[in-house]
Design a protein around this ligand. Sequence first.
Ligand SMILES: *Cc1c(COP(=O)(O)O)cnc(C)c1O
Length: 436
Amino acid sequence: MAAYAEPGFSTRQVHAGSATAPATPRATPIYLTAGFTFGDLDASAAHFGTGSGFGYTRTGNPTVQAVEERLASLEGGDQAVLVSSGQAAVTVALLALAGAGDHVIVSEHIYEGTRGLLLDNLVRLGIETTFVDTSDLDAWRDAITPRTRAFFAETLSNARNDVLDVAAISAIGREHGIPLVVDSTFTTPYLLRPIEHGAAVVVHSASKFLAGQGAVLGGVIVDDGRFDAAASGHRFPHLVQTDRLGGASFAEKHGARARGAYIRESVAPRFGPAPSPLNAFLIGQGIETLSLRVERQSQNALAVARWLEARPEVERVDYVGLESHPHFALGQRYLTRGSGSVFTVTLRGGLEAARHVVQSVRLITHMTHLGDVRSLVLHPQSTSHSARTVEERERAGVFPGTIRLSIGIEDIADILADLEQALVGVPAAERETVVL
Ligand SMILES: *Cc1c(COP(=O)(O)O)cnc(C)c1O
């Protein structure tokens, strides 16, 4: 036998040059690796026993963890779990709370993907949903049953731009031990931190404002770390009962962090929507400029909304930053730094006017996305809201002539100029006599 000297070609092609040089990079490195080496047997046993250190990227990764810690901090939460999409974040949050035979109460004005998840998918797992009018506090209260496991709503509704009264709705839930889960995608932690107002769990599509550049998908679940086993353990037996092997319950092991720990240790890694460390890196990069982008986007959106509201081609603008919006006062209370960048405008000329505008814009991109640095437009009736009845659409503020805008960070003059040229040829109202 030859001495243990020069390894063979096949060995060198996978091992040579893989020793990492010790260095302390300023930017978070992309740990693009399926797993991590264990120092010794005790370290691997400890990892499997208590979750200490890193073992496998589906259960933890340093690039992912850096983004999670940043988001938990920005939301004022206890811990965050990053997943592969916003849809995965909603799914994980709901599956952490509800199971077969359980019930959730959900705002009727929610993202169509979430509505479909509840109506088509979770119902097959035995989870029933009652949809309620978001602003009707009695409707939330009246829908509660002994099997209700969560309230779910979005901070700003699409398309009417209604503001969620987080404090009022979470207070109703708390009386019954029911957590409020808030999809805060439209507002981001820069504009609103629902946990500070009593929400228990916040979810985001990180594909939108958090990443900001429109290059990747991601989602996050942020838990408040305020699980109260005495007040709500009866609704969440999976958090307070001994585990399958008779060991300590999540509540015994983690106290007020039990729900967050269950999301991180059980639901997310088992259902498996792990984020790519590369995508996590890009989301982390995006978050570094979140405040600057959202501030500019909100300023631009307000300017566009005001400009549109004064145009004769426009019937209504549903932007909560406008004094004419029914939730303006509520918006001023919750959204002190700006009202976000996503809103709808309804044209007097109906479907053909909407068709003309989405096909005539040049700077603004016609696509289904939002929260991008670029301004975007979409026609909800024929796309995001096409699975709803006419009556449901009208309640949501979606008419044939409605278009949804997501305003970006471009120069405001250029956005307005694009809309101005896109409105050429669109039917306008008779000019009213202005009395001065
Ligand atoms: C986009 C979006 C989602 C879904 O997120 P994905 O990242 O596309 O899976 C959920 N909720 C809201 C409010 C969204 O805008």
